[in-house]
Design a protein around this ligand. Structure first.
Ligand SMILES: [Zn+2]
Ligand SMILES: [Zn+2]
Length: 142
């Protein structure tokens, strides 16, 4: 996948999201294996600067306090269809955690996090860095 602007949307298409043009290596892609993301249907994410993410449409917020990191995670989702859109947390001030499944195509995740809660499937991603397995550790920043 070459550098290109990514456009995605929620299931009802009231939320549209655009990611600034970046090479795949700068998208900070990861799979989050935490239980809370499992309950949201799973999380393949990108960690991007707030300015690199443009969201059109009304998103609703839920502040999740019962997290593996011990830090609050504000989870934003489509007010109409419930599709998870982004999350924010004080751990990553000035950044947005973007749900990659909003996009039709995306590069393979580079990192796997909160692997302590990993399910027996799907299999680990070949070549991905496994880091930040549980709580109270400094998250990896690239
Ligand atoms: Zn929607
Ligand atoms: Zn998670």
């Amino acid at each position: 996948m070459t550098s290109t602007t990514m456009r995605g949307h929620c299931n009802c298409k009231r939320i549209n999201i655009t990611i600034a043009d970046k090479p795949p290596s700068e998208l900070n892609t990861a799979v989050c294996h935490c239980r809370n993301c499992h309950r949201q249907g799973g999380s393949i994410i990108m960690l991007l600067a707030t300015d690199d993410v443009v969201i059109e449409g009304e998103i609703k917020a839920y502040v999740d306090h019962d997290t593996d990191s011990g830090q609050p995670v504000t989870r934003y989702f489509c007010d109409n269809c419930g599709t998870p859109v982004i999350s924010t947390t004080p751990v990553y001030e000035g950044k947005r955690i973007v749900k990659m499944n909003l996009f039709d195509d995306f590069p393979a995740p580079q990192v796997e996090i909160f692997t302590r809660s990993r399910r027996s499937y799907p299999a680990p991603i070949e070549g991905a860095l496994v880091t930040f397995p549980g709580n109270a550790e400094a998250p990896a920043q690239s």
